[in-house]
Design a protein around this ligand. Structure first.
Ligand code: HAM
Length: 413
């Protein structure tokens, strides 16, 4: 038997309904803030991610699905959404046209990681990106969108917030951090010794406990912020406080991708084991220029849909019964029910029609097992009297209304 690849999962019903619910909630919330849905390709030039996410990141260094296509081009499956969206923004010349653009997307991302709970090799993100808006109010809106999505899905998380400063602030910080790392070089792990040369801030993400103990005394980026970044960060904290969004300052939060500056944030949950981040994002004001466009501001976040599914499916929320199951008691009535099903669907009802005639008890059993709210059956008598035998499975009430009254009956529930 050929099975799905390791770390790649089918999403079948009823989980697919949960996926849909999450994706729809994300889009509905983002649209209220003026975000419009876009699509970009799954396959992009590898250089796009090398330049944006950064050579020093684990994503580019270890996790990309990279290969040569039949034309000899170096391509890879997108490990994240932002870089492709920025490329599309530049390619459509919107960096030159000016104006604020707010976009959102839902789709597969690919990272060759070691699969475990909440960590897949193909996973789905919902993400938003806003271009050309320097105001810190947009940073607050971006955070509030993620907050509102998680709240409407009933997910409890902690919001962690940091500022990574301007490029000058970051350069000054890296110098300080590097001298700290050099002073402790003999005690840190080989990965950190490599990170120190590629991008020293990556050491702060190291999961090795010994390294973590050492970095507990490392200098903090918050001590290297210039006036502008500090002012924006204070303002952002104030807006969040004013709007009752709780957060924790985490001066060690540096994010795993290189393109961020100023605002950086993550929503974490303790319901998915070690994979605690359900969403992450921040500002990336240098990225458009870095990818060859005209300097334009950028801010956004992405949320892991499977991680949210993991949290929601570990709770046993009873499925809401829905729609109507129709069944015929005699073969001759199937044709009649087929037309009835069609007119109910036109009226907006979810209808499942059993094409085989069966005894009433069998139809009831199937409708119950499938979680329908209503079951409607037609036999010889009902056909002759233009009625339908109808049962509300939630209330246990049975009736035999006229067919002409059926829609009203279903709507009255
Ligand atoms: P990220 O933090 O790499 O950010 O990913 C965002 C979210 O994707 C994570 O918080 C997590 O929920 C989910 N995720 C990441 N890796 C996996 C995995 N292997 N399996 C399951 N879920 C995963 C970004 O991707 C940035 N592009 C976010 C962004 C948008 N920043 C600005 N705009």
């Amino acid at each position: 038997m050929i099975t799905a690849l390791r770390g790649m999962k089918d999403i079948l019903p009823p989980r697919s309904e949960l996926f849909e619910l999450i994706a729809n909630t994300c889009e509905q919330v983002a649209k209220k803030y003026g975000y419009q849905a876009i699509q970009t390709p799954h396959l992009e030039a590898t250089s796009l991610f090398r330049r944006s996410v950064g050579e020093s990141s684990d994503i580019v260094g270890k996790e990309m699905y990279e290969f040569k296509d039949k034309g000899g081009n170096d391509v890879c499956l997108r490990p994240e959404g932002t870089a492709g969206v920025v490329r599309a923004f530049i390619e459509a010349k919107l960096d030159r046209a000016g104006g604020v653009h707010r976009w959102c997307y839902t789709g597969s991302m690919f990272r060759y990681e070691r699969p475990q709970r909440g960590r897949l090799r193909e996973f789905h993100q919902f993400g938003i990106e806003c271009f050309n808006e320097p105001s810190v109010y947009e940073d607050a809106s971006v955070i509030m969108i993620a907050y509102e999505i998680l709240k409407s899905l009933g997910i409890k998380t902690k919001l962690k917030l940091n500022s990574l400063g301007s490029s000058d602030d970051m350069a000054a910080y890296k110098t300080k951090l590097l001298s700290f790392i050099n002073a402790n070089e003999s005690q840190i792990c080989p990965d950190c010794q490599r990170r120190k040369d590629t991008n020293p801030i990556r050491v702060l993400d190291c999961k090795v406990e010994k390294c973590q103990q050492i970095y507990a005394n490392a200098p903090l980026i918050s001590d290297s912020l210039g006036d502008e970044a500090r002012g924006d960060f204070n303002k952002l904290c104030q807006i969040l406080n004013d709007n009752k969004i709780e957060f924790e300052l985490d001066f060690r939060l540096v994010r795993g991708l290189d393109y961020y500056c100023k605002t950086a944030f993550e929503f974490v949950s303790d319901e998915i084991g070690a994979q605690s981040a359900v969403a992450g994002g921040g500002r990336y004001d240098r990225l458009v220029e870095y990818l060859g466009g005209k300097a334009s501001y950028g801010v956004g976040f992405a949320m892991g849909i499977e991680r949210i599914m993991e949290i929601l499916s570990s709770r046993d929320a009873p499925a809401q019964p829905k729609g109507i199951y129709l069944g015929a008691l005699d073969d001759e009535n199937v044709n009649y029910l087929f037309s009835l099903a069609n007119s109910l669907r036109q009226a907006g009802f979810v209808v499942e029609l059993e094409y085989k005639s069966k005894k009433l008890a069998k139809h009831l059993q199937t409708a119950n097992a499938k979680g329908f709210l209503w079951v409607g059956c037609i036999g010889e008598n009902e056909l002759a009297n233009e009625t339908i035998w109808l049962k509300n499975l939630k209330l246990g009430v049975e009736k035999t209304p006229k067919i002409s009254e059926l829609i009203k009956e279903l709507n009255d529930e």
